[in-house]
Structures are given as C-alpha cells and as structure tokens.
Design a protein around this ligand. Structure first.
Ligand code: ARG
Length: 459
C-alpha cells in the first residue's frame, strides 16, 4: 500500500504511478534527504515529540540506509514515488512501527524544499571552486602574455592593438562577477524551510532554531506558506549559471574564430579537439562548440522553470516536482563546462607571431594618429577627419600608415613632425595608453595584482 493510501478505495493506474514518480531523477537528493531527516528526528527527540529511544532508532536506521545506498545495495521503487517516500519506506521496513513516526510535524513540502537547499548549497560551493580555478588560470595566462600583442576588435573588425593579457583579464572580470553573483545567491539558498509543514505550520511545539543550527543554515524562512512555495532561489541560481554560460560561450566563440585557419591565433590541443568521420584533414574545436551549444540548454532550463512557476497559486503544486530536471541539468552542465574549458585554455597553443602580424594591417594605429594631432593642437573631430583622409589615401594607394614618409604625413597636416613615425609603431600604441584600466602593461599588471588579491580573500 502507498504511504498515503488510507483515503483511497483503489490503486492508482500503473501509468499514473509511472507518470507521477520522480524517483528516477530525485534519487540524486538521497544524501541531503537523509541529512534533513536525521536533523528532523533529532529535533523531534529534543522537543519530546518522540522518545529518546525512538529518536535513536530512527537516526541509526537512517544512517544504515545512507550506507546501504552508497554501497549500491538499494533499489528504489517507482511505487514509492519519490526519494522522500522511498527512504521512509526503507526505514519502516528496517526498524518497523517506530519508523512511521519520522514524518511527524513534517510534510514532503518542507522536506523537498530543505533537500533542494542543502543540495544547492553544496553545488554552489563546488561550482565556485571551479570558477576559482578558472580565475587562477586566467591570471597565470595573463601574466605569461602581458606582452603578447594582438588586435582588439569591435564589430569583429580590427580596431586597436591590445595585449592578450589584457584580453584575458577582461574575462577575469566577467568570471569574477559570476563568482560573486553565485555567492550572493547562496545567501538566499541558505535559509531553512523545514518545520513549515504542508503550508500552515504544525500543531507541535517544534524547534526550528534547533533545525537551523543542526543543518547550519543562516536563517529560517519566516513565513511557512512562502517556505514551501518558494523556488526563487533555484531560478536565481539557474539565472546566474546562464550568465556564466553566456561568458563561457562568448569566450568559446572567440576561440573558435581564433582557431580557424583564417585567423590562426590559437591552436587547440589534440586532446581538446576532434576529427571528422569523412574529411581526414579536419581537427575541429568541438569542445568549444559544445560549451557554446550547452549554453542554449542552460538558458532553456531557466525558461523552463520560470514558466513552471509563473501561474502557480500558493502553496505547493505538483508542477513544482518539475523543478529538479532543469536544476540538475544546469548543475551538471555548468560543472563539466567549467572544468573542461579550464583545461582547454591551459593546453591551447598561442600563435604570438600571427597575432602580432594581424595588428600590422587594418590601420589599428589610426586613433593614435588622431590623438597625436590633438596633442599638437587640433580639435579631436578635425583630427579624426584628417586621419580618415589619410586612411582613404592609404587604401587607394595600397599602403599602410607605416609605409608613409614624413613628407606624405605633412601633406595631410603641417603639424606632423619626425616623432609621428615612433607614435604609430604598434608597440607604442599600447605603451602610450594612460588611462586607468587600459591595455598598457602597468595597468594590466595592476589588474593582475588586484585579481590575485581578490582570489585570496574569496571564501
Ligand atoms: N516529489 C515531490 C517533489 O519533488 C515531493 C513533494 C511532494 N508533495 C506533495 N504534496 N505531493 O516536488
């Protein structure tokens, strides 16, 4: 018989059993479910709702079940619907009648809420560790490439020369924000719903503060109706994860482009590339492409859950059981993407020469020529026009700025002197950046210093 079978005159249809059950996926929560149940049993004991002896039996029973599950000795059953009732059934089978007391002063509604929160706390910590690894990798690569010159782009058109170290430190900022966002989300996850009962609280003199302390939550969900209806913290997590995937995806997109023969700025290691079943010469950046693809999947998970929740009346509705597949899928994909991405960028080859060569074309020093003229007294808009005409002249005559003689410069403006020939050197375009946070070496060094300091204080 079902654990809730008392009110029913006949069995559920077999198809409904299958349809209703979440055990196929929520078995992932077994450990957190047991941790939550042990805390609950301790609280029942402490509050004299069950006896010392009963509490002890229940707790020992739960610990044995945990061990059995971890040793692969347990087969969960669809007929017991979900992880909560499967474990409760195992407990009753193991310790008999006293096992039936565990569910006193509790509902699956506050139980599942506490399980998800316990699970998500662990996962956020794990994911943050992975982000931290990536931040360290970015710092190490930036230090190594603080002098590696490459084109900076806007509209994917060559814009101004920058260094690879600077480019990588831009991503550092993004992943730093992702880390901080997840840590902030953790605060909302870290609230304790247990003790809310089904929706209205319970008639027992429970001790929610004890539960809070036992499960190491920061606070207690204040309103029990909210405690069992709330999945904001899951949505917030998937939203933060989506943002992080967006950053990984942009990075991957760049690497895919840079890895192409047309750019040839980087080469993915063989261990992080795959071949073609038909074209023998191919070496494809599949890993980067898959991360880009999985970003869509994580966004989908976000919309999935937002849509599930959008019209739900308070409190629990069975729709909410559907929160777990998108949550688990997000956790799994974000974790693997972070890990594999970190290794992929650690092992890729950087073709410094090709990066530098690419800065020679495309008039990447044009802005510096305009700035030169401004320093010689022209208004910026006038300087812009002069340099625009110079670029047009070069394009028409198939020349670069560096090909122009001082005389040719002077034809465009009389204020040009010998020093323009130094100003337009690509290296100097980088060195001469003065503003805080620029691509000039001393500013990138500062970013790296701040970055390291920040990583040290991350909890
Ligand atoms: N398996 C359910 C879920 O994941 C547990 C909560 C069930 N509560 C209920 N009142 N049916 O949402």
């Amino acid at each position: 018989m079902k654990l809730w079978g008392g009110r029913f005159a006949k069995n559920t249809a077999a198809l409904v059993d299958e349809f209703n059950a979440s055990i196929s996926f929520d078995q992932k929560l077994y450990k957190h479910d047991i941790i939550g149940s042990i805390a609950h049993a301790k609280m029942l004991k402490k509050s004299n709702i069950i006896t010392e002896e009963e509490g002890k039996e229940i707790i020992e029973g739960l610990e044995n079940i945990l061990k059995d599950i971890e040793e692969g000795k347990v087969e969960f059953q669809i007929s017991y619907e979900d992880i909560h009732m499967n474990i409760e059934k195992l407990l009753i089978d193991q310790i008999g009648e006293v096992g039936k007391k565990l569910h006193t002063a509790r509902s699956r509604n506050d139980q599942v809420a506490v399980d998800i929160r316990l699970y998500l706390r662990d996962q956020i910590n794990r994911i943050c560790e992975k982000i931290k690894n990536l931040l360290n990798t970015l710092i190490a690569l930036s230090e190594k490439h603080i002098n590696t010159i490459m084109p900076g782009y806007t509209h994917l058109q060559r814009a101004q020369p920058i260094t690879l170290g600077y480019h990588l430190m831009a991503y550092f900022q993004m992943f730093k924000r992702d880390y901080l966002r997840l840590k902030d989300c953790y605060k909302r996850v870290n609230m304790m719903p247990l003790g809310a009962g089904a929706l209205a609280g319970t008639t027992y003199e429970t001790d929610r503060e004890f539960l809070r302390e036992e499960l190491d939550f920061f606070g207690i969900c204040e309103n029990s109706l909210d405690a069992v209806s709330d999945r904001d913290f899951v949505i917030e997590f998937i939203s933060d994860a989506s943002m992080m995937m967006m950053h990984l995806s942009r990075f991957c997109e760049e690497l895919i482009i840079f890895n192409s023969a047309e750019f040839n700025f980087v080469e993915m290691d063989d261990a992080y590339s795959t071949g073609s079943s038909i074209m023998p010469q191919k070496k494809n950046p599949d890993v980067a492409e898959l991360i880009r693809g999985k970003t869509g999947r994580v966004y989908g998970n976000l919309f999935n859950l937002l849509t599930i929740m959008k019209a739900l009346p308070l409190a629990y509705n069975k729709d909410m059981q559907e929160d777990k597949p998108p949550l688990f899928d997000t956790v799994e994909n974000v974790s693997i993407c972070l890990e594999i991405f970190d290794e992929m960028i650690k092992t890729m080859k950087i073709r410094k020469d090709n990066m530098k060569k690419a800065t020679k074309e495309g008039f990447m020093n044009a802005t510096d020529v305009a700035d030169y003229l401004v320093k010689k007294g022209l208004a910026f808009r006038s300087a812009h026009e002069v340099v625009g005409k110079m670029v047009l002249y070069c394009v028409q005559n198939n020349k670069t700025m560096e090909d122009l003689s001082l005389e040719e410069f002077k034809d465009f403006s009389s204020v040009f002197t010998e020093d323009i020939l130094e100003t337009i050197k690509i290296e100097n375009c980088i060195v001469s950046k003065k503003s805080q946070g620029s691509t000039a070496k001393q500013h990138v060094e500062k970013m790296i210093r701040e970055g390291k300091r920040m990583i040290e204080v991350l909890d």
